[in-house]
Write a new protein. Structure first.
Length: 132
């Protein structure tokens, strides 16, 4: 979550809608360790509650992944590792459900109310990706 000094600056950049294209230009990339993540250029102003929930879920998942890495280092039995990987997959799916629900209830509804029906196509594509 942005610190209080940057929060006002970021808020002033955002449109009336909860999601905006002001922060990054479309097609920009963000580095994440050794990978590059492609971003749409949109931003989303989240409530503190939503932010904390998502962040805590990701922190728990991150801890689970570190635990599996240790299991591999310690030559733990394959089935035990697979069981933990299954738990991580379940946790990621749960994270996706919460994030998707929040997205539909805020960004999608706001965009449709403003007449931007393109957001429906974006939502359909996103759901198709999640269902692979």
């Amino acid at each position: 979550m942005p610190n209080s000094n940057n929060k006002k600056e970021i808020e002033s950049e955002l449109k009336k809608c909860c999601c905006s294209e002001n922060k990054l230009e479309s097609g920009n990339t963000v580095e994440s360790n050794s990978e590059e993540l492609i971003v749409t250029g949109k931003t989303k102003k989240r409530t503190e509650k939503e932010y904390k929930d998502l962040y805590n879920r990701l922190s728990r998942i991150e801890g689970q992944v570190r635990g599996v890495k240790k299991m591999v280092e310690n030559e733990v039995y394959c089935v035990d590792i697979l069981t933990q990987v299954s738990a991580i997959t379940s946790a990621l799916n749960s994270f996706n459900k919460v994030l998707l629900s929040n997205h539909i209830k805020s960004c999608v509804i706001q965009n449709v109310k403003e007449g931007n029906e393109e957001v429906i196509d974006e939502l359909v594509k996103t759901i198709q990706k999640l269902m692979k």
